[in-house]
Design a protein around this ligand. Structure first.
Ligand code: ATP
Ligand code: MG
Length: 422
C-alpha cells in the first residue's frame, strides 16, 4: 500500500508550529505495517494544496491531508478537495447539531463560520469528531481518477489540532484503512523499551545472536532517545509472529533483567504507577535538582493519585532541613549534594508522607557550582523503603539543564523500578 501524507499549514513552513502530525501519523501506521512512502508539507493556499493532492493521488493508494477544516478564511482544504474531485459540498444537518451541542456544552456562542463545517464532500464518509467541531472525511474511489492505473484509492481529510486529529485517527481512520486497503501479508512489530545502556552497547549485545533470524526476514531497528533505547523487532509474511517471538526471547535473554522496562507504548513512569498500583504501595518524592520533573512525569500517568502521595521540591538547604528533616550537620559536613543528604531527604519524605517508598535526588545541574571533588553533573539519589534499608546511587550527568533533569529523573525512576520488579 503506497501512502502519502500532506500536511497543510503556512505556520508549519514558517517554523511557528512543529509538524508533529508527520511523526505521529507515520508512527501509528508503521506500528500496523503501513509505511508512509512520501510526506509533503504545503502552504495554506489553493494552488499548493490542490497540486499536492493531485500529484499524490497520481502515485499513491492512500492520501492523508491534515489541516484547514476550520471555520476561518484560511481554512480551504474541504472546498479545494471537492473542486479537485469535481464534487459538490452537501449540508449535513446532524453535523451542525453536533457542532451546536459542542458550543452549548461549553457555554459559548457558535461563531457564524462554524456552519461551513457541517458541509461534506458529496459521497464522502464522515469521520466523527467528538473532540472538536470539524469532522474528518474520507473519499473512497473504486477507480482513482488521477492515476493511469485507475486502481482503488482513498483520500482522507483530517482537522489540524492534534487533540482532535489523533482521536479521530484512532477511532475512525485506522479501521477504515484496514477495511478498505488491507495489507497483503501479515506484519508483526514489537518494541522493547530499555533504559540505562547506550545504543551501541545494546546493539553489540543482541545483534550477533539475532543474525540467524535476520536471514529469515527479521528487521531490527534501534531508536535512541535521551536516556532510553528502543529495540524494534519487525517481521512480515508467513512466520512473522514466530520470528518476532523468538527474537524477543533472545533479546530478553541477552539484556539484564533490569534493562528492559516495558514494551510498545510503556514509559518508565507508566510502568512505575502500574507496578505500585498492583503491589498496593505508595510513593513520595523529595526533589532538589530535578525541580519537580519526576513528580511531573509520575502525575502524567492516569491513576497516579492512588499511589503518589506527594513530592517536595526542596531547592535550598533550609527547605531540606525544615521540610524533610535533613540534619544541619549533614549539610555542613557533607554538603547538599552528597550521599548522606540524599539518604536523609528520602528517609525524611518517607516518614513525613507515610509512604512505602520515597525517592530523592540532589545534584549539581551546572553550568556553575562544580568543584574538583564534585564536578558539574554530580547527582546523588536515594530510595528509602518502609521494609528495607535505604539504597543510594551516584551518577554523573554533565548535560544542559533540561537534558540533565530528564536523565536524572530517568535514573531515579530506574532505581525505584528495579526494586519493584525484583
Ligand atoms: P481549526 O478549526 O483549529 O482552524 P483546522 O482543521 O483548520 O482547525 P489548521 O487551521 O490547519 O486546522 O490548524 C489548527 C492548529 O492545529 C494550528 O494552529 C496548529 O497549532 C495545529 N496544527 C495544524 N497542523 C499541525 C501539524 N502538522 N502538527 C502539529 N500541529 C498542527
Ligand atoms: Mg484553521
Amino acid at each position: 500500500v503506497k501512502i502519502e501524507l500532506i500536511n497543510t499549514g503556512s505556520e508549519l513552513l514558517l517554523g511557528r508550529v512543529l509538524n508533529t502530525h508527520q511523526q505521529w501519523i507515520c508512527r501509528q501506521l508503521a506500528d500496523l505495517g503501513y509505511e508512509v512512502t512520501r510526506q509533503i508539507c504545503v502552504a495554506d493556499d489553493g494552488p499548493s494544496i490542490q497540486a499536492a493532492a493531485k500529484e499524490s493521488l497520481g502515485r499513491a493508494d492512500l492520501v492523508i491531508v491534515t489541516g484547514g477544516l476550520g471555520p476561518t478564511s484560511d481554512d480551504l482544504t474541504r472546498d479545494l478537495i471537492a473542486q479537485l474531485f469535481e464534487r459538490k459540498l452537501v449540508f449535513v444537518p446532524e453535523i451542525l447539531k453536533k457542532i451546536e451541542a459542542y458550543f452549548a456544552a461549553r457555554k459559548r456562542t457558535m461563531p457564524p463560520g462554524s456552519k461551513g463545517q457541517a458541509m461534506v464532500i458529496e459521497g464522502a464518509h464522515v469521520l466523527p469528531n467528538d473532540w472538536g467541531t470539524a469532522p474528518g472525511e474520507a473519499i473512497v474511489c473504486e477507480r482513482n481518477p488521477f492515476s493511469p492505473a485507475g486502481a482503488k484509492a482513498v483520500l482522507i481529510l483530517l482537522p489540524g489540532p492534534p487533540r482532535e486529529m489523533r482521536p479521530i485517527f484512532m477511532a475512525s481512520v485506522l479501521p477504515l484503512i484496514q477495511r478498505e486497503l488491507p495489507l497483503r501479508s501479515p506484519f508483526v512489530c514489537r518494541t522493547l523499551r530499555t533504559a540505562g545502556m547506550g545504543e551501541s552497547m545494546v546493539e553489540s549485545k543482541i545483534s550477533p545472536l539475532l543474525q540467524p533470524l535476520v536471514k529469515q526476514g527479521l528487521e531490527i531497528g534501534y531508536c535512541a532517545r535521551i536516556g532510553e533505547v528502543d529495540v524494534r523487532l519487525i517481521a512480515r509474511a508467513g512466520a512473522a509472529q514466530a520470528i518476532v517471538d523468538s527474537a524477543e526471547q533472545i533479546v530478553r535473554g541477552q539484556l539484564d533483567k533490569g534493562l528492559i522496562f516495558g514494551v510498545d507504548d510503556d514509559s518508565l513512569e507508566s510502568v512505575i504507577v502500574e507496578r505500585l498500583t498492583r503491589l498496593r504501595k505508595t510513593l513520595a518524592l523529595a526533589e532538589s535538582c530535578t525541580g519537580g520533573a519526576i513528580a511531573n512525569r509520575i502525575t502524567n500517568v492516569p491513576g497516579a493519585s492512588k499511589v503518589f502521595m506527594g513530592g517536595l521540591v526542596t531547592y535550598s538547604n533550609e527547605s531540606k532541613a525544615n521540610l524533610l528533616g535533613v540534619r544541619p550537620e549533614s549539610l555542613q559536613t557533607h554538603g547538599a549534594v552528597s550521599e548522606v543528604v540524599a539518604r536523609e531527604m528520602a528517609e525524611g519524605a518517607l516518614v513525613r508522607l507515610g509512604t512505602d517508598y520515597a525517592l530523592s535526588v540532589t545534584g549539581i545541574a551546572g553550568p556553575g557550582g562544580g568543584t574538583p571533588e564534585k564536578p558539574v553533573g554530580t547527582v546523588h539519589m536515594a530510595l528509602a523503603r518502609r521494609d528495607g534499608p535505604t539504597l543510594a546511587r551516584l551518577q554523573h550527568n554533565n548535560f544542559d539543564r533540561e537534558t540533565f533533569k530528564f536523565i536524572t529523573a530517568q535514573q531515579a525512576m530506574t532505581l525505584l523500578r528495579e526494586q519493584l520488579v525484583s
